[in-house]
Design a protein around this ligand. Structure first.
Ligand SMILES: Cc1cc2nc3c(=O)[nH]c(=O)nc-3n(C[C@H](O)[C@H](O)[C@H](O)COP(=O)(O)OP(=O)(O)OC[C@H]3O[C@@H](n4cnc5c(N)ncnc54)[C@H](O)[C@@H]3O)c2cc1C
Length: 488
């Protein structure tokens, strides 16, 4: 390793938000006194964050928003002076619909995740049958689970609220976020508060009611903060802003990392342009299956554990229409489609309602989701087939027959990591093995959360670990101030 006083060499593999956040915070914490190179295989930085501006539309290819509750994204925006660009989702139109038995049903008011907390709107709703409603109401009397081990979303919901609540609410809304199969999705790793609530209150309904009462006591229901946030010009403004802060010599685009091998007490990173770099620290901000291939020479057992993290393919299709061509009132954020409906799309966002500035005033932007764990092959079709499929489904569900004024499809081959049963234990094991290799760091969506704020947090934590380690060996890095979100 480089000795005290000598600059350590750091290589970051992958220029998505995780790699970019790592680079940014390395620069910040080490106050510029750090020698790093970020290597990205494609010609652009941002990874799955991709916003396109076309004819007055702002189209998001991957993520379109982030959860405001998780603060790492907000903190980063403030540091980058993007806070005046932050926009909230349109709270006045926050209804989400569920496609069921030939029509769109609004999710009843008061539904918190999958638990109804308001009696009348729930009873009046035609989304759930009377039998299903009675079964959901019985949740209060179902004894809590004694076992402490991980449970799938499907098993939990079926056990506590019944099969209909799973099919029509929990699976499309909650497993849908992860493009996951609810029978395999780990509750502990995706919605840890739900099993905790069962443990504490003996019932999800009682827990949610208690939460609602606590919110009312603190007056927070009046503020009704936006659930989702984005940036005025699209989320790529974030990755572009980080890019603008990076030293021009600190990144290489269009350059794929081929292998990472031990070399004396460093790592030798071979690149697709024929060159190689020696590094003291290597951050893998790549999907776990890419990291597995790169790490194979160093630790085949670790590689095999990383490969066990499954990824599924998804696609998004954005269609712009003249507003006058759509009869539907577009009075909400969009809809989800239960698997039992056997349709070809899983969800649809009314993007120009969810956020302002997404379409010209006389137009509407609609985004359709295809693929995921239970319909992967649909997402692998070419762009023309995806657009055709999206138009057919919008015709069947929303009655839209007009020709769109804009179409754009994005395919995300193996784009979504799956947090399957036992995920937490698997990641603990992976991190324990990785810790045997000083200087190797794993970061990104595969481990402790796949949302943008989670990825930023992961990059930030990695940068901090490295700078703290450097501080022990080199006086340049001492007295690094800890950011608030890490202290917490
Ligand atoms: C369709 C879709 C919708 C989503 N919606 C939301 C949302 O609304 N809100 C939210 O918070 N999250 C959402 N997510 C999740 C979120 O977008 C991702 O988890 C996050 O962007 C992943 O960032 P990352 O940097 O870890 O990975 P990536 O963005 O995948 O970046 C990895 C980078 O590594 C590069 N790379 C790969 N191999 C190599 C190599 N050998 N050498 C060099 N570089 C390499 C890739 O080109 C890529 O740029 C969504 C994801 C998808 C797919």
């Amino acid at each position: 390793m480089a000795h005290d006083g000598a600059m350590k060499k750091i290589v970051i593999i992958g220029g998505g938000i995780t790699g970019l956040a790592t680079a940014f915070y390395l620069q910040e914490y080490a106050r510029g006194a750090v020698d790093y190179t970020l290597i990205e295989s494609t010609p652009r930085l941002g990874g799955k964050i991709a916003s396109a501006h076309e004819n007055g539309f702002i189209i998001e290819g991957g993520p379109d928003s982030f959860l405001a509750q998780k603060t790492a994204m907000l903190d980063l925006c403030r540091t980058l002076r993007l806070d005046d660009q932050l926009i909230g989702s349109n709270s006045a139109e926050r209804t989400t619909y569920v496609w069921s038995r030939g029509r769109l049903h609004p999710i009843p008011e008061g539904m918190m995740l999958m638990a109804p907390t308001m009696v009348l709107p729930f009873l009046r709703s035609r989304l759930i049958s009377w039998h299903g409603k009675v079964r959901m109401g019985m949740e209060m009397f179902i004894p809590k689970r004694v076992k402490d081990e991980d449970e799938s979303l499907a098993s939990f919901v079926r056990r506590r609220l019944g099969a209909e609540a799973l099919d029509k609410i929990a699976a499309p809304l909650m497993a849908g976020i992860f493009a996951a199969d609810p029978e395999k999705l780990s509750l502990q790793s995706t919605f840890p508060r739900i099993p905790e609530m069962e443990k504490k209150h003996g019932s999800l309904l009682r827990g949610m009611m208690e939460k609602k009462r606590a919110q009312a006591r603190h007056g927070s229901q009046h503020k009704c903060p936006p659930m989702f946030m984005s940036l005025y010009g699209g989320l790529q403004d974030l990755t572009d802003a980080i890019f603008a802060q990076l030293h021009p010599k600190s990144f290489r685009l269009n350059c794929r990392v081929l292998t990472v091998r031990p070399h004396a007490d460093q790592y030798r990173i071979a690149l697709s342009d024929g060159s190689c770099i020696l590094a003291d620290d290597v951050i893998f901000a790549t999907p776990a299956y890419v990291t597995a291939d790169l790490i194979q020479q160093i630790d085949p057992a670790l590689a095999s554990k990383l490969r066990a993290i499954r990824y599924v393919s998804t696609a998004t299709v954005s269609l712009g229409f003249k507003r006058s061509d759509i009869i539907h009132p577009l009075n909400g954020f969009g809809f989800v489609v239960p698997h039992s409906e056997k349709r070809k799309i899983t969800a649809c966002s009314w993007s120009s309602v969810k956020f302002n500035h997404r379409a010209p005033d006389d137009c509407a932007l609609i985004r359709v989701f295809v693929g995921g764990a239970r319909a992967e092959s649909l997402a692998e079709q070419d762009e023309a087939a995806l657009v055709h499929l999206a138009r057919q489904e919008l015709h069947a569900i929303m009655g839209i027959t007009a020709t769109p004024v804009l179409t754009k499809a994005y395919r995300w081959h193996r784009g979504n990591p799956q947090y399957e049963l036992g995920h937490r234990a698997r990641i603990t094991e992976i991190e324990q093995i990785a810790a045997w290799h000083p200087g190797l760091h794993l970061a990104g969506a595969a481990y402790h959360g796949a949302g943008i704020p989670d990825c930023i947090q992961s990059g930030m934590k990695t940068a901090l670990e490295i700078v703290k380690k450097l501080a022990h060996a080199n006086s340049t890095y001492r007295d690094v101030p800890l950011p608030v979100s890490i202290q917490a």
